[in-house]
Design a protein around this ligand. Structure first.
Ligand code: ZN
Length: 412
């Protein structure tokens, strides 16, 4: 076997630290939501780093920033990348680490002067975290955006992505031109922090992601009758909250009977109307979200939830309605990419295990376009979307070296 390549770790560490200072609000974490000042500063900083590395810069119509090595526009590329944008109050590694490791891998391969059969691209995708809905850049690249989608994408303050990009001198409609042909790509790899506790608990350094969970999100309403809490006898009530409580209590049983071993379901938001201590609630409105890596399991769960809600509604003289807010198909990672990750981890003597991703990532989009895979590095105590987000430097180094050798194996 050929000797393993290694990244320049002090250089990567310096980049991680420099980027972690951009968009920071003292103890409150990072604020780099798409097209805010923090995001713009991070973009400018990355472009400067790409120039300094002597790599080719390309910014596509969706404002995705590409660093390119050996690009000729003919051969299909091996792409890696993640996102620079953050949720409000974020940690410094979610997304950023994947972008910086990608950049470092290209720099290392350029310096090594190795011959490549495939050009390499390291990409920072636009609005992964969802100020305007999420995965804007990777959806654009995969040809999943429509003009209508672009016109209607708004943030919580009602600002459209069209306005937000125009304020930065960009035309959001250009995102439709960012689409890549499947033939222009050979493979895609994303390194990301796990954002869960599995690797940290197991003391394992590398997660080989086998698939990304799909999900459905419903808005459910149980409708009864609001009434006086003192004068309405218990047996004459049409109490919407009691229906909701009974359903919530049945979720563990439904998951056990109809779910897979890793299925999860959550009621994360509840509203009772009218919402007073002395009124029987006539209406309960709540979110219901379920995730699994198997589309058949998701379908079974959807059916089981509907059945349980109908039965409860019938028994308690309530009406049951629901709207599907979103549904995302699970994706499987590509065996060739998974094999390349495992081989690199083994050769570097890095402990590894396969696991699913419970969070959505740009890879979910790229998997529809090319063979795609993901590397997870451990998140201390599984913390993420918080300033407490942390991965040990030596784990970052191990992950970067596995990514480097995986990319090289795919591109050589
Ligand atoms: Zn992320």
């Amino acid at each position: 076997m050929s000797p393993m390549l290694r990244v320049n770790f002090p250089r990567l560490q310096a980049d991680v630290e420099a980027l972690a200072a951009i968009g920071r609000r003292e103890d409150h974490g990072l604020y780099r939501m798409a097209f805010t000042d923090g995001d713009l500063q991070a973009r400018a900083w990355l472009i400067e780093r790409i120039h300094a590395a002597g790599l080719e810069l390309y910014v596509d119509g969706a404002a995705n920033i590409h660093a390119r090595l050996d690009w000729d526009g003919v051969r299909p590329s091996v792409m890696t990348g993640s996102h620079l944008d953050t949720v409000p109050g974020a940690g410094h590694l979610d997304g950023a680490l994947g972008v910086l490791v990608g950049l470092e891998c290209l720099r290392t391969l350029k310096e090594a002067g190795v011959a490549l059969s495939h050009p390499l691209e390291a990409v920072a995708f636009t609005d992964e975290e969802g100020r305007f809905g999420g995965m804007f850049g990777s959806q654009a690249l995969c040809g999943r955006l429509t003009p209508e989608h672009i016109h209607t994408a708004r943030d919580l303050d009602g600002i459209g992505i069209v306005e937000a990009m125009a304020a930065r001198g960009l035309n959001a409609m250009d995102a439709l031109r960012a689409q890549r042909r499947p033939e222009s790509l050979h493979a895609f790899l994303e390194l990301h922090i796990e954002q869960g506790p599995v690797l940290d608990r197991a003391g394992v350094k590398i997660g080989v992601v086998e698939g990304i969970v799909g999900l459905f999100k419903w808005n459910v309403r149980l409708l009864g009758a609001a009434n006086h809490a003192g004068t309405t006898p218990m047996d004459l009530r049409r109490d919407a909250f009691q229906g909701l409580a009974e359903f919530a209590g049945e979720i563990p049983r439904i998951l056990e009977e109809d779910g897979g071993t890793r299925s999860v379901a959550t009621i994360g938001r509840v509203e009772l109307i009218p919402g007073a201590a002395n009124v029987v609630p006539g209406r309960a409105e709540f979110s219901l979200e379920a995730r699994d890596t198997d589309p058949a399991v998701l379908e079974r769960l959807g059916l089981a939830f509907r059945r349980a809600l109908s039965a409860i509604a019938r028994r308690r003289d309530l009406m049951f309605e629901f709207d599907v807010l979103s549904a995302l198909e699970p994706v499987k990672c590509d065996p060739l990419v998974m094999h390349a990750i495992t081989t690199a981890a083994r050769a570097l003597d890095a402990s590894h295990m396969s696991l699913p991703s419970g969070a959505a990532h740009d890879t979910q989009m790229l998997a529809g376009l090319t063979r795609a895979g993901m590397i997870f590095v451990p998140s201390r105590e599984g913390r993420s979307h918080s300033p407490a987000e942390w991965t040990a430097w030596e784990d970052i180094e191990t992950g970067a070296n596995v990514a480097l050798n995986t990319l090289y194996a795919l591109a050589r």
